[in-house]
Design a binder for this molecule. Structure first.
Ligand code: CA
Length: 140
């Protein structure tokens, strides 16, 4: 499933890391994002997510907040503290203004509350990826 060819002349599909501890939701998201042409890897715990980031170098992370052990907020904090600026979209059933503010303060790009439509998710994923690409180019 994972291609190791990176940086070739043709553009590789963006790699997404999905972090979700509910198997049914995870499987659905993996299927939809695979079908949409993304290279998808996943993790089901916070520590697994941090490990997967170092192992797979994703272009974008969709991150559940309520995870066993280390939660999504702790995951993004740890990534940002180690200098990793990978865009993060929170996907969560928690929808208080406080949670949204916290996510934003920790540097999340977007925040989607469950339940959400799959079209909505795809639209937001593409929007965040194209913003990230523009930012990369402007640095050159
Ligand atoms: Ca969860």
């Amino acid at each position: 499933m994972i291609m190791e060819m990176r940086g070739g002349p043709e553009r590789q599909a963006a790699r997404l890391l999905l972090v979700e501890d509910e198997p049914v939701i995870l499987e659905l998201l993996c299927d939809v994002l695979n079908d949409a042409g993304f290279d998808v890897v996943h993790a089901t715990t916070g520590t697994g997510a941090v490990r997967a980031v170092h192992q797979h170098h994703p272009d974008l992370i969709t991150l559940d907040v309520s995870l066993p052990g280390m939660d999504g907020f702790a995951v993004i904090r740890q990534l940002r503290e180690s200098g990793l600026r990978i865009p993060v979209i929170f996907l969560t059933a928690r929808d208080s203004a406080e949670d949204r503010e916290r996510a934003s303060a920790l540097g999340a790009e977007d925040y989607i509350s469950k339940p959400f439509s799959l079209e909505e998710l795809l639209r937001r994923v593409r929007a965040v990826l194209s913003r990230a690409e523009t930012t990369d180019r402007s640095v050159e």
